[in-house]
Structure formats: C-alpha cells, structure tokens
Write a protein that binds this ligand. Structure first.
Ligand code: ADP
Ligand code: MG
Length: 712
C-alpha cells in the first residue's frame, strides 16, 4: 500500500491509503483487545483440554461470554483441523450463522469463505479450504444425507442447544449415532455400513452411486467430538442424553439490570413499545435500545413509524437510527446491527427473539420487552400447524433483560404487569413437541432411520404427531404402504430443501406442465410477506396491490408480482449496471408497496430451487395462459389444506374441520370463492388462512382420491 501511495502522482491518494491503513490496524488492534477481554479467553487452555479428554462435552456460558466466536478458533489453534478436518458449528438461525462467520473471519484476518465460512439453505460461503464452518442445524442434517458419517468433521459444536429447535433435537440424535459408528469403526476397523447408521443414503442407491460405499470399505474413521453449547444453566438434560457427559460452566459478565413493569396490561404492545422507545430516547442517558418484536411485519411497521416521527423530536436533540434484524433479512443487511451508531445518533434495534441469545449486539443499555414471541404450534388431531404469537417463557424474559447489562448497568422495560411474569412458563417447550413432523420424518427416512417411533430422541415427540405426519407423507405419496420412502417421489422430496408440500407441488407441476409457475410460487411463499402495508397508508397499498391481483387468488397474484419485476429487470439488463438495477427495483417496490427485501430473497431462492429441480431432471415448462392447469396443480398439491365456504361466509377446512376465515390481506378476502386451498394458517383474534386460491371442489376427488373418496 505504501509503495503504491508513494508512486502515485496525486498526494491525495497516498494520504487516503495511509489513513485506511491506520484505520485497518487500529481496527485489528481493537478486535484483538476485545477478544482478549472476553470471559472465555481466560479459560482457553482448560477448555481445549476438556475437549481433548471428553468425546462429548457440554459447555454452558452466559450470552456474550464468547462461546460461539472463540471456541472454534481455540480448537483450530489446538490442531483439531489437521489433515483437512473441519470444525462445524451449528446454529438454529441463519442470521447467527452468517453474522458470526463474518465476525470470526474478520477476527482471523481472513476472507470469508476461505478458512472461515458459513453455509445455510440457499447460500453457501465455504470452499475446500474452509476449516471453521458455521451452518444451520438443518443444513448439517442435509449434509448427513450425502455423507452419513460426517467424515469431514473432527468436531461438531451444536450451539444454542437450549433453544431446542426441532432440527437441534434431531441432530443430537443423529450425532449420537454417528459418534458411536465412528468410534466403532476406529476400534475395529469395521465398515461403517454394518453399524446402526446406514451409510449409503437411499438417494445414492437410487442413483446407483456406490462411491461412498467403496470409500467406506475397510476405512477407519477418526472419532467425532461433540460439543453442546447452551446459554441455559440446566445442562442436565443434555448430559443425561449423552450418557452422563461432562458439563463445564464458563463464567459470564453481567451488570445489574433494573426491571420496570407496566401498571396494567397493554392492549396494543406494539404501540406501547413505540411510546416507550421515545420516552427512553427523550429522558434517559445515552445507550442503544433493543426492542423485541415478533416478526418482520411488526418490525417494519415499527421502523416506519419511528422514522416518520423523527422530525417531531425537539430541535437539536440526539437523533434515532432504526436497525432491523430478523431471520429473512438479507445477510448484507444483517451486519448493520453491529456497527456503532454514528455520532449524534442513538441506535434502536428492532429484533425478533434472534437477539435473545443467538447474536450478541454491543452497545445496548435499554431493553424493551413486550413479552411476546411468534411460535409454531401444532394440533396433531387436526394435523394443522400454525404460527401464533404467545407469551415468552420466564427464561426468555430473563435472557432478554440480560441483554441490557452486558457492558454496564442497564434497564429493561417489560410491557406487562409484574404479577404476569410469575404466571409465565419457566422455559419454552421444545419445538419438536409442537410442530408438524413430516419434514423431519422424511429426512430421517432418507438417512435410513426407518423406525421413527423408536428413534432415540432427546425428548420424544407426541406419538399422535408422529402418526399424523406419517399419514400426511403417505397421502402425499412420499411413503409406501410399508412406510418406506417411495420411489421416485419420496426420494425426490427428501432431496429438495423445502417443506414436503412444496416439494410435492414442484414434482407434480412438472407433470401439469406448470413447473415454471410453481417455482415462482414456492420461492415467493418461502419468504416473509411480499406485500407491505404501512399502518397509515392502507388504502394506497391496497390500490397498488390491485394492479397485480388475480381474481383466482393470491398464488397467481404473487406470480404477477414476480413476473412484473422480471420484466422490469429484463428491460434494463443491457443498459445499466447492477447498482442501478437495484435502485430501479427498490423504487419500483416502494411505489408498489412491495417489500424489496422479501422480493430479492424470493428471487434468490428461485434461482436455487431451479438448480435443484433441473439437477433432478424435471422439465421446467410453462402453462402459458392456461391457469386452469396451474390451479389444478395447486389443488393436487395442497389438497390437505382445502376449505369450503359456509353459509355465513366463513370456511370449513376439509382436513381438520376447523372454522377459518380468509385473511384480510388476501385478494380473495371479499370475493368469497366457494372452495379454496390455502398455504398457511395464522391465529390472532381469529383463525385466518393466508395465501389462498380458488379451486373447484370436484378437482379434489379427481386429483386426490387417496384422501377425498373416503371423506365427505
Ligand atoms: P456467546 O456465543 O457466548 O453468546 P459470542 O461469541 O457470540 O458470545 O460473542 C462474543 C463477543 O463478540 C460479544 O461481545 C459480541 O458483541 C461480539 N460480537 C459477536 N459477533 C459480532 C459481530 N458480528 N460484530 C461485532 N462484534 C461481535
Ligand atoms: Mg453464541
């Protein structure tokens, strides 16, 4: 840099380079300093020794102590990545995998994707030189389909285990098996095929690919180290599950946090959170604010509200900078939460429960906790999964308040009365006990686990839920009469990284000649809401949506949006550079009340699944203007989510018998078709169905006779 600068004819440049260099070194020094001051830095040697001594280790440590960012580096330095081996760290959340990998790459002074990388569904930032790999727990499960002994990994760290997501729970069971199999193969030089874990996935069998088998012949595996990391003090359940595995506790650093409650319950917690934000901003000393909300929509409407009120702040007062963080936020925007607020600004971070333990955000002094979280809920009798907003557990509330006391004393404002806190559940129920299991079952089957009821889960899911999900998979044609993966449909479905219903829709669409349309549909349904309705611009947003809306329903409406954005970009392709295209897309989205983030995400997902289906040999053809074909395909795919209109205007879901209403955001809200299929059920004041399309009732008996002949 210096050379370049000194040869430069313009002195201006050399100065600039010099400043950059100084900034770079200052930053590196700051990072080194930060790392050294983390509580975990003092116990590096002991931790490494414990990992060397124990095949399975449980590490409990408070949020922010440095577990996620530091331990993989300790292991790398201690030689766990020799011979090209990888240390894998799983996260329940995409955001955490991405942001932490970026941070650790920076700490190591390497380019992301080289020594340090991440891999999440629809996004891979790794290479053959990656040795520290952050990923989602779901992604590691997928990897196991192709490499059942997880042979590249010397250590797998299951992070955030206290979250007990369904993927974490299944992963723990799988890792237990893999560890045993690898241990046995080391001891006896056995082929891993003989062991409990079936080494050749059915996928490979299907393709006649026995390369893995050949590789395994007579091959010895190095043992697999498993580390379970958790922010919750209760390590017992993990220790017992892993045969009395050792647990160590890393001391954290926590300053006192003053708790405030409201006198009365709040009727509108979002409103209350916004008022509290401004109160803190006007009355309290400097320090950033973290607000816990339940999802993207809430976060975006809060963001908008705050920004619109900024000009009402008293002249000359400090400004507010809103920074959102939620799961489906594109990764380049996720990092914004870590940047310090510019001079003269106070940062307000609007986050989902991601910020509870997954990502540690520096600078927070105030926490606003309305006390709610969006959670999955499943009714095995009705076979319906829905997303509902529920009160947090006590341990979640405590994690949230703890975020205010990381760097100094802080304050937490709980937007409910104190006696309500006592009524909260102690901890959150594991997700496996409250979700539809068809996805998990499909994956376990593909991994060769046939006896789902007998699988060694850390906590067994309800038997009724397993049976219901098996039944659904059978109805989708993924399982045979004797409960094995069907050929080819079951295998194809297991291969796609999608909800089984969506996978089935894609497979069927290639037969209905509308795969092009279905790919768009699945991509658009895989992101959070595409349409965006500001609180005070409901009418304008509705008018904008009309331009795209199809009388047949939301699925076609989404296709219209996607295709219009396609045309827009297509037109500009030759003329402008990417940044300008981005700008054009942003403006177009803004004018049409479309969520740019979601649309971009959908376009990414679309490209990825296109790749998958092409690899599978499915033909991507379009049904052109024949939307009847497409709607029939929707009916054939989502027949389990069909509903018929009742005299008073509500709908009766045919599968579950539940009475539901069409969500007000649907284009069919006022049209009231006789018979519909839907993709999602949300429960707020009513049971609503979202993403709805009009179908013909008779199609159900014609296209899904396996379900509808025996039903009324
Ligand atoms: P734990 O896993 O124990 O909760 P982490 O390893 O995630 O702790 O965080 C350790 C420290 O690193 C925290 O002080 C946090 O603020 C900081 N940190 C983590 N990620 C980033 C990032 N992307 N940018 C800046 N600081 C970060
Ligand atoms: Mg962590």
């Amino acid at each position: 840099l210096q050379n370049k600068g000194s040869h430069n004819s313009s002195g201006k440049f050399s100065n600039k380079d010099g400043t950059r260099k100084a900034e770079f070194f200052a930053r590196r020094q700051r990072i080194a300093q930060q790392r050294k001051s983390l509580p975990i830095a003092a116990v590096e040697k002991r931790l490494v020794e414990e990992v060397q001594k124990n095949d399975t280790l449980i590490i409990v440590g408070e949020t922010g102590s440095g577990k996620t960012t530091q331990i993989p580096q300790f292991l790398f330095n201690a030689g766990f990545c020799r011979d090209g081996k990888v240390v894998g760290i799983t996260q329940p959340r995409r955001v955490a995998a991405v942001t932490v990998a970026k941070r650790v790459a920076e700490e190591c002074g390497v380019e992301l994707g080289q020594k340090v990388g991440y891999s999440i569904r629809f996004e891979d930032a790794t290479s053959s030189s990656t040795r520290i790999k952050y990923m989602t727990d779901g992604l590691l499960l997928r990897e196991a389909l192709l490499d059942p002994s997880l042979s590249r990994y010397s250590v797998i760290i299951v992070d955030e285990a206290h979250e007990r997501t369904v993927h974490t729970d299944v992963l723990l069971g799988l890792l237990k098996n893999v560890q045993l199999a690898r241990m046995n193969s080391t001891k006896y030089g056995h082929n891993i095929e003989d062991k409990k874990v079936n080494s050749v996935t059915s996928l490979e069998k299907e393709n006649g690919d026995t390369s893995f088998l050949k590789k395994c012949q007579g091959r010895k595996y190095s043992p697999l180290k498993i580390i379970i990391m958790s922010a919750s003090l209760d390590a017992r359940v993990f220790s017992e599950y892993f045969g009395g595995a050792k647990a160590v506790h890393v001391q954290g650093r926590q300053f006192p946090v003053d708790l405030f409650y409201t006198l009365h319950p709040e009727t509108d917690y979002l409103d209350a959170a916004l008022i509290t934000t401004f109160q803190i901003h006007l009355k309290e000393s400097p320090g950033d604010i973290l607000v816990f909300l339940t999802g993207q929509e809430e976060i975006e409407s809060a963001e908008k509200f705050i920004n619109e009120r900024l000009n009402q702040l008293p002249e000359g007062s400090q400004k507010l900078l809103t920074v959102p963080i939620f799961a489906s936020l594109p990764s380049e925007q996720q990092m914004r939460v870590f940047a310090p607020a510019p001079a003269g600004f106070r940062k307000v971070i609007l986050a989902t429960n991601i910020a509870e333990t997954s990502v540690t955000i520096p600078g927070i002094k105030y926490v606003i906790d309305p006390g709610f979280v969006k959670a999955r809920s499943y009714d095995p009798v009705k076979g319906m999964e829905s997303l509902i907003v529920v009160p947090t557990s006590k341990s979640q509330a405590m994690q949230r308040s703890g975020r205010a006391g990381r760097e100094g004393p802080g304050k937490c404002f709980r937007l409910y009365p104190e006696n309500e806190f006592e009524k909260l559940e102690d901890s959150t129920k594991p997700e496996i006990k409250r979700c539809n299991l068809s996805n998990v079952i499909l994956q376990l089957k593909a991994l060769g686990v046939d006896d789902i009821l007998g699988f060694d889960f850390i906590e067994k899911p309800p038997r009724a839920a397993i049976i219901k999900s098996l039944e659904q998979l059978f109805l989708l044609g993924a399982l045979t009469d004797d409960c094995r993966l069907s050929d080819p449909v079951g295998h194809q479905m297991a291969r796609l990284p999608l909800d089984p219903f969506y996978s089935k829709a894609l497979i069927l669409a290639s037969q209905f000649n509308c795969l092009e349309e279905m790919l768009i549909t699945v991509a658009m349904l895989s992101t959070e809401s595409i349409f965006y309705t500001p609180r005070d611009k409901g009418a304008e947003a509705k008018a904008a949506m009309k331009c795209f809306s199809s009388p047949e329903g939301d699925h076609l409406t989404l296709i219209n949006v996607y295709r219009t954005s396609d045309e827009l970009l297509e037109k500009r392709k030759m003329t402008f550079v990417k940044e300008k295209n981005d700008k054009v897309l942003r403006k177009w989205c803004k004018d049409n009340f479309i969520n740019t983030r979601s649309l971009r995400h959908a376009r990414d997902i679309h490209n990825q699944i296109c790749g998958h289906v092409e690899q599978m040999g499915l033909h991507v053809t379009s049904c052109g203007d024949d939307m009847l074909q497409y709607r029939r395909c929707l009916a054939a795919s989502f027949f389990l989510n069909a509903a018929v209109k009742q005299p008073e205007g509500t709908y009766r879901a045919l599968g579950s018998g539940q009475v539901v209403q069409i969500h007000p955001t649907s284009v069919l809200f006022q049209k009231k078709a006789e018979c519909i299929i839907f993709n999602e059920m949300v429960e707020t004041s009513h049971k609503y169905v979202r993403n709805v399309t009009r179908i013909d009732y008779l199609w159900l008996t014609e296209l899904a006779p396996q379900y509808y002949t025996s039903q009324k």
